[in-house]
Design a protein around this ligand. Structure first.
Ligand code: FES
Ligand SMILES: [Fe+2]
Length: 374
């Protein structure tokens, strides 16, 4: 049995969706830049959901994100000066509060001018720092302010002990956010794309049966023993002497969490695929762990094997792009591609609930077992 790519979205999309037509999800937090890149009074540029941003820190160290377009005549604010509180446009010197975007000063105005500069705003986005990233809450393309109550706390990587190690990886993915995300949750490519002695080979294909359950805005692969056919998990068992369990969550708009627990040891990771532009995403991976912090074995896996793993995914997505130029429909086959279907269904359900104001109708009705070979 196979399916068209977006069966539940067909009412709204009569046109064949092109790969670059992924619907962008507004009203969510997205990681914009690594924290350490935003220092002192420097203004940094970033782009999220095709919105150019200028990012910095006020004198108190709190990050801010303004739309990098001056409301006067669209000059990028990132060329301007920043004094720790206001950003000054380099074209005509208008000044904007770094956090709210409110205009503070227009140098060309005479004393008797009727123009109320405090009514003018540069677009601005709620901004927080978590897990070593500057996050922006992408309210809407213009950066219009929204009631603070409508803004949930920024995402945070779950951790399970006071001390732990943390590492981050990043890569550009030349694809739409939908292609990036369904690649992220695809269980069937492993044996073909990630062939390696330490991971798995195509000869190691075996039957899998995984239990899934709905969670708010997403779905969870319920706690289970990790694949017996992958070396890192075997190693983990060897190190900890405890049977490991793993739980994998996908949560809209773009987050995949994985937790591995073995007795008092744990490893918690989050992968996000963030749309920069319609045809470009950035993958951010962050992991924290307390497994043998004094022996760099996990660190080795993440820093040496991780980039290789991500490169394999990046290469496959580049090559897939060559074909997607000519064919934008995809078959989503049960059960290996069921998670991809759920992703599209979650997006459609979210759009519907936002449109009607009704609670979101979750596409995953209850616990369900999916079977595939990988
Ligand atoms: S364009 Fe920014 S002050 Fe004129
Ligand atoms: Fe992969």
């Amino acid at each position: 049995m196979y399916y068209d790519s977006r069966p539940l979205m067909s009412d709204s999309a009569d046109e064949k969706p092109r790969d670059s037509n992924s619907e962008l999800l507004w009203g969510f937090w997205y990681p914009a830049l690594p924290s350490k890149q935003v220092r002192g009074r420097k203004l940094e540029r970033a782009m999220l959901l095709e919105v150019p941003l200028v990012i910095g820190r006020t004198a108190a160290g709190k990050p801010f994100a303004l739309r990098d377009v001056c409301p006067h005549r669209a000059f990028p604010l990132s060329f301007g000066r920043f004094d720790g509180a206001t950003v000054e446009c380099a074209y005509h010197g208008w000044q904007f509060d770094a956090h709210t975007g409110q205009c503070r000063h227009i140098p060309s105005l005479t004393a008797d001018s009727k123009l109320k500069c405090e009514r003018i705003y540069a677009g601005s986005f709620p901004c927080e720092e978590r897990d070593g990233y500057i996050w922006a809450f992408m309210t809407n393309p213009e950066g219009r302010a929204e009631a603070a109550a409508a803004i949930p706390p920024a995402p945070e990587l779950p951790t399970f002990s006071a001390s732990y190690k943390i590492a981050r990886l990043a890569a550009d993915l030349p694809c739409s956010v939908d292609t990036g995300i369904i690649g992220l949750m695809d269980p069937a490519h492993g044996p073909f794309v990630h062939q390696a002695w330490w991971w798995r080979s195509r000869r190691s294909l075996r039957d899998k049966a995984k239990q899934f359950e709905p969670i708010p805005n997403g779905f969870r692969m319920s706690s289970h023993a990790p694949s017996a056919n992958s070396a890192p998990y075997k190693l983990l068992k060897l190190i900890t002497g405890e049977p490991a369990t793993t739980t994998i969550d996908f949560v809209l708009p773009n987050q995949r969490f994985e937790q591995i627990r073995a007795g008092k040891y744990w490893l918690s990771s989050r992968t996000t695929v963030t749309p920069v532009k319609r045809d470009l995403c950035r993958l951010d991976f962050v992991a924290a762990w307390n497994i043998l912090p004094w022996v760099p074995v996990v660190s080795f896996i993440i820093h040496v094997l991780g980039p290789r793993f991500i490169r394999q995914d990046t290469e496959v997505i580049e090559k897939q792009g060559l074909g997607l130029k000519y064919e934008d429909r995809m078959m989503l086959v049960d059960d290996a591609d069921r998670q991809a279907r759920w992703y599209f269904e979650l997006k459609a359900a979210l759009a519907e609930s936002r449109r009607t104001g009704q609670p979101m109708r979750h596409p995953v009705a209850g616990p369900v077992t999916l079977r595939w070979r990988s």
